[in-house]
Design a protein around this ligand. Structure first.
Ligand SMILES: [Zn+2]
Length: 122
């Protein structure tokens, strides 16, 4: 990626590094020298910007998987390890992973606080 970008020459699909170390892919260029339409690929300072447009959203756990993970979490508590080792371990065993680089996946976007399965996707 070049340090200086001529906005008239940027092509869709090209990847750019923006301020604050964010990276983005050009979706379209109206070639007015001012605007570029991009989707964020990474955004360390504001992860909520990633995947706002374009790209298939990652799959959140199914209701049955969450229920089983909750039970595994409660078993883990009973065994003295606390909730999350069981809960997280169960989702990980199903191929999910908790990602810090994507927006909140709670149905209410975290309005009432985040669910244990927040940001777990595969
Ligand atoms: Zn959340």
């Amino acid at each position: 990626m070049a340090d200086i970008v001529n906005l008239f020459e940027v092509e869709p699909g090209q990847k750019l590094r923006l301020y604050s170390e964010a990276t983005a892919e050009v979706v379209s260029n109206p070639r007015d020298g001012v605007w570029l339409f991009v989707r964020y690929l990474t955004s360390p300072e504001d992860p909520d910007q990633v995947n706002i447009s374009g790209g298939a959203p990652p799959a959140v756990p199914e209701a049955d998987d969450i229920l089983a993970a909750l039970r595994a979490g409660y078993r883990s508590i009973d065994e003295g390890y606390g909730f999350y080792p069981g809960f997280d371990g169960w989702l990980a065993s199903l191929g999910y992973q908790r990602r810090e680089d994507i927006p909140c996946t709670c149905p209410d976007r975290g309005y009432r606080g985040h669910l244990p399965e927040c940001r777990w996707v595969r």
